[in-house]
Design a protein around this ligand. Sequence first.
Ligand code: ACO
Length: 332
Amino acid sequence: MPRTEFISTGFHVPERVVSNAELTQWWETSDEWIRERSGIRERHWVEGGKQAGSDLALEATRIALERADMQPGDLDCIIYATLSPDHFFPGSGVYLQRKLGVPGIPALDVRNQCTGFLYALSVADGWIRMGQYRRILVVGAEVHSTGMDFGPAGRDLGVLFGDGAGAVILGPTGDDGRGVLSTHLFADGRHAELLWCESDASAHNPRISHEDLDAGRQYPKMQGRDVFRHAVTRMPETVKLALETNGLGIADVKLLIAHQANLRINEMVAKHLGLREDQVYNNIDRFGNTTAATIPIAIDECVQAGRLARGDLLILTAFGSGFTWGSAAIRW
Ligand code: ACO
């Protein structure tokens, strides 16, 4: 069975940069609080109503295609991870497919929030290994800024999120030592309501009511401390599992890219694992939490900065709403 290699990567964020100071026009907060508690300095937001997540995904994909010297028609399959789809249905994958001008190829949406990219990568890896598809585009793309509560109740979550997209093109490699070595995925639905968006919802009738709107149930809600506590436990666990599965140790890790939800979480994860600073990559200061897009954006930045060379061991891990979490080990 072939392994799955990363053929190319790309990312795109909207032009508009929103600083922490800018957020004080809506919320009672400060640059100091946001930097100290989350590590975020700024984020990118779309011009609301003019750019959808699939537009960001399209730009990220164009870059990845160009770097691979490929055309959209060379793709066999699209897997699109997002918690903020352009519409309730159909999925965003079909919009991206339409914008790429490649009717016919399958387009799968993955709805696993911050772990979405890892779930998508794992599905793509399985399909490539079994020979079902040879060129799979995996995208993580989010537009959070149009779904925020700009009233006082929205502050805690509103300061954390940014918009953006990351894309990777995957394919089989004949080199058995390289590529995706393993993926591990987990979920625990007992905690679903600790980080969720309640409405609109087919579980309700009507799906959304005036009462829901008045109560702000259309906005995401998070029990931050609980999420934090689980994240700092689950991510190290799953990184250790990735290493053990492959007979590897911490010293073998060239780079750990963890989901970018909070710099303090990632610092605790690195400390717990005994990783040196140069073994870890964070970019939350510039992008905030872009959910399914954080990992592919960070991978692309590392590739462009020359921080990943052929043969390096890359470990990915994520934790988020669901709860869902997981890891991947990749020999670059
Ligand atoms: N500005 C100013 N003050 C604030 C802000 C803000 N933006 N947000 C909260 N505060 C206040 C609180 O009201 C509280 O005040 P109080 O002490 O008077 O009650 C105080 O600051 C401390 O609040 P905490 O919630 O305890 O702050 P904490 O240090 O836990 O940081 C945070 C909050 C950043 C949300 C953190 O808990 C966190 O990062 N949690 C995990 C996030 C995460 O991993 N999400 C998963 C991925 S997202 C996804 O899957 C979609």
